[in-house]
Write a protein that binds this ligand. Structure first.
Ligand SMILES: [Zn+2]
Length: 862
């Protein structure tokens, strides 16, 4: 794909009736020797939440669509239909009688009804981590296997805002042979159409053979609705969307309505649509044609089924009874189409013949028209993009611990009271809530405010439930004397060390009350590597002793817990230490209060302008740095860091291994939105030029902590509390810098806040971003593209490099990222937009929260 981007001019000439394409011509006799095979594929796109919540859509539309499906498909066995979102399908299934269930099974067996993809949702492909992509796919497929005995074989993704090869890989490994994608940059579509490469084998970047190849069909036109799927001319195709017959609720914006088909007009109408089919088929290599027939929440009313199926059947009957037209038209499912395509192109089920080209790379960043790039949604509603990943981490921990606990509990009678069934229900519900959130209007941040709250509440409840699963499971696993096991719901054996009070608030650490009697601190390592990792907990006393699982004293750092920038809380103290844990292991540490502690207190320098600390703290050493502008230095055995004494922001890194200095300037910057009619919204990023530096009239208060386990610098800007922490430990944790930004732009008007890192790394216009935390995709920043086109999704990391070093920004949440200048990396952290961007949402993004963006910055020698 990088080669394709190199060739394309990204101009946007008027292509005539196919605005973003070109004139298509054909010879009358092209099909004489081999007829055109047309598969009209009825479908209904059901978003699991967007303008309405999942439940409201189900109640108002989806249940009726599926109910009518059962009736209307049985009326004529030539009719076909397909479905992809199992979140909806399973909900519907739970409410229907066995007679209906049998009918559905029959329709599937007879090939009239097909499940495509079969995931819990049709996921976004930019923001989700592969853990969640797999989770939602398994959840759907397991449901299908258990309830219908069905295994889908073709992928159908008509609405995600750009496409990732990770999805192609997962479908391939699931056993799929075919897939379809739709939202691809209009210039790419035009180029592929001209080259007849809309059907290709999608191959992974790393694959030197062909084992990852999957046959992919890219839809050629602007949209998946009927006007843009029968052929190049939407004015004609719209006349074959019979839901838009005069008198109905929807009409054709091209102002020529459909006509019901009857004996008097069938010849002319059949000829009109055949002309579109023929033109469309000229963009492909075979004489098999796919013509999808559907739209959002279509086929809800019984009359709509009659309108579409009866009129199309008349057209088919007419075409098929005129052999001189050389066409065979029929209803089909996606797999009907792919089967015919493979037969026609002599593709065996396994071989990737040279008939279709091979392509590697991805389809970001999507533009549907003009300079309307969908790079805003990479960041929209970042609070929930973070919450998603928090849920994922709890889910993984809970699944492993539950599995181990289940094995334990089956070993003795005593432990049979372990609530395995109830906890399994909570696990399933969490998987489904996580799965639901991968939907292309959920994690993307592109649904209505109250739908966002619905998703957030589901994520939040599942986090609480998973904590319960973790507690119940860990309980059974840590007992030395399993005979002592006693399950009591009212008094949980363990408690978690943080609480989140509502779906839209950040978690807070709980304060552990210490006495001279040891309290057990249980730490779990959910990774399959041995780990040495810094753990921090809050306690109510600074006189702390910590014992390791072997009973040995552990070095701890006591830090102050702060109320705001400069006030120390005496309710709580933070204990930090290096925990050592085996892979997937639990460690039981002991914490107790002692008379005289050997714990080392952190000490503080506070840089304030104009104000003064009232009185010295009775415990911590705090030095006030009035009007100091000297550089601030943090240091460990790997590196030395220089921060500006004015802003507190990082400026330079010295790597001790080679003694080299590296410029590493951290800044914040604002983007505004254009003054044109089309402005940034939930989907689109339409900036008013380059970002403007974040200007502060009063320098921020800066708080610097020096400790034995870590040192850190915290800068209190008006819109962001920026922390950089340096761990004084061996290994990766000590080699990287922990970066945390607590962002609050609730008072702003059409602004987006970015963090930018400018280095002296000679990266030129090349940088790298991950896709779904699964693979790395090289990127080229191109001056022929507008700024917003050079923003890419970052799920877990982005990096720049030159011959000497590599700088990686690891991210704990999905956000939009760019490298707009040599040596730069920047990440958009939150966006507040006062208007809709005309993609159907009908609102701006103004429900901003106090949001945590967490990162690690790693500078490596190459
Ligand atoms: Zn959709």
């Amino acid at each position: 794909m990088l080669d394709v981007y190199d060739i394309l001019p990204f101009d946007n000439p008027d292509g005539g009736v196919w605005k973003q394409g070109f004139d298509i011509t054909y010879n009358e006799n092209e099909w004489d020797s081999e007829p055109l095979q047309v598969f009209v594929v009825p479908h209904s796109h059901n978003d699991p939440g967007w303008l309405k919540t999942f439940d409201d859509y189900f109640r108002d539309q989806t249940q009726h669509i599926l109910n009518n499906m059962v009736i209307k498909l049985q009326e004529d066995n030539r009719r076909k239909f397909m479905w992809s979102e199992i979140s909806y399908f399973s909900k519907w299934w739970d409410g229907i009688d066995s007679q209906k269930k049998d009918a559905v099974k029959r329709l599937i067996k007879d090939g009239q009804f097909e499940i495509v993809t079969g995931g819990w949702v049709m996921p976004d492909e930019a923001s989700p981590h592969y853990f969640a992509l797999i989770d939602q796919l398994i959840e759907g497929h397991q449901w299908l296997e258990k309830n219908l005995g069905v295994k889908p074989k073709s992928g159908w993704a008509i609405d995600p805002f750009g496409h990732s090869p990770t999805m192609a890989y997962l479908l391939k490994r699931t056993g799929f042979s075919n897939m379809l994608i739709q939202r691809v940059h209009y210039s790419v579509k035009k180029h592929f159409s001209a080259q007849k490469t809309l059907e290709f084998f999608w191959r992974q970047n790393w694959d030197l053979g062909s084992s990852t190849d999957i046959l992919c069909h890219m839809m050629p036109f602007y949209s998946y609705d009927v006007p843009h799927t029968c052929g190049p001319d939407p004015k004609i195709c719209c006349q074959f969307d019979f839901k838009r017959l005069p008198g109905g609720r929807v009409s054709c914006p091209w102002r020529v309505p459909p006509e019901a088909i009857h004996a008097g007009n069938v010849q002319h109408r059949a000829w009109m649509i055949l002309d579109q089919y023929r033109k469309k088929s000229k963009l492909f290599r075979t004489k098999v044609l796919l013509a999808p027939l559907g739209d959002d929440f279509r086929y809800a009313e019984s009359s709509e089924w009659d309108q579409q199926y009866q009129n199309y059947q008349k057209l088919f009957d007419y075409m098929n009874s005129h052999p001189e037209w050389h066409v065979k038209a029929q209803f089909g499912t996606l797999s009907d189409y792919f089967e015919a395509l493979r037969k026609e192109s002599n593709l065996g089920e396994k071989s990737s013949d040279s008939f279709f080209p091979v392509l590697s790379g991805d389809f970001f960043t999507y533009a549907d028209r003009d300079h309307h790039y969908w790079s805003g949604y990479f960041t929209s509603r970042p609070f929930y993009k973070r919450l998603d990943r928090v849920l994922e981490s709890y889910l993984r921990a809970a699944e492993i611990l539950y599995s181990l606990a289940l094995v334990q509990s089956s070993k003795s009678e005593m432990m049979s009271v372990f609530p395995s069934v109830n906890n399994y229900k909570l696990l399933t519900e969490a998987r489904r809530n996580l799965g639901l959130f991968q939907h292309h209007d959920a994690i993307t941040g592109t649904s209505k405010d109250w739908v966002v709250v619905d998703y957030g509440t589901r994520l939040f409840h599942s986090i609480m439930n998973l904590k319960k699963v973790i507690i119940d499971s860990a309980h059974i696993l840590i007992l030395k004397d399993k005979a002592a096991y006693n399950y009591d719901t009212s008094t949980p054996f363990l408690k978690m060390d943080d609480v989140q009070s509502s779906q839209d608030s950040l978690p807070r650490k709980t304060v552990i009350k210490l006495t001279s009697q040891p309290r057990h601190l249980l730490i779990y390592n959910p990774t399959e590597q041995e780990r040495f990792s810094v753990v921090s907990v809050n306690v109510n006393s600074p006189r702390v002793k910590l014992l390791s699982p072997l009973g040995k004293p552990v070095t701890v750092q006591i830090s102050a817990v702060w109320d705001g920038a400069t006030t120390i809380s005496h309710e709580a103290y933070q204990v930090s230490f290096v925990a050592h844990l085996p892979p997937l292991g639990l460690g039981v540490y002991q914490l107790l209060e002692v008379q005289s502690s050997e714990a080392v207190l952190a000490d503080y320098n506070i840089y304030m302008r104009n104000t003064r600390q009232e009185k010295p703290d009775r415990l911590f050493k705090i030095k006030e740095m009035q009007n100091s502008v000297d550089n601030i230095i943090l240091e460990n055995s790997y590196m030395k860091l220089w921060f500006s004494g004015m802003s507190g922001l990082l400026e330079k890194i010295n790597t001790k291994e080679d003694g080299k200095n590296h410029q590493m300037k951290v800044e914040f910057a604002w983007y505004g939105t254009t003054s044109n009619r089309d402005k940034s919204g939930a989907y689109l990023f339409l900036p008013d030029g380059d970002a403007k530096p974040y200007i502060f009239t009063d320098p921020p208060t800066i708080r610097v902590a020096h400790g034995r386990i870590f040192s850190e610098i915290v800068c209190f800007f008006h819109h962001v509390t920026h922390t950089m922490r340096l761990y004084k430990v061996q290994g990766l944790e000590g080699q990287s810098l922990e970066v945390s930004n607590i962002v609050d732009i609730r008072g702003e008007y059409n602004r987006e806040l970015a963090m930018r890192i400018s280095s002296d790394i000679n990266s030129q216009n090349r940088f790298y971003t991950d896709l779904n935390g699964y693979q790395i995709q090289p990127r080229l920043t191109m001056s022929k593209l507008p700024l917003q086109a050079n923003i890419y999704p970052m799920t877990t990391m982005a990096y720049i490099q030159d011959v000497g070093v590599r700088l990686t920004l690891h991210s704990a949440q999905s956000l939009g990222v760019a490298s707009l200048k040599n040596g730069q990396l920047e990440v958009i952290m939150d966006r507040r937009l006062m208007q809709d961007d005309n993609r159907g949402l009908g609102q701006g993004v103004q429900d901003n929260k106090i949001t945590a963006n967490n990162f690690r910055l790693l500078l490596e020698r190459r």
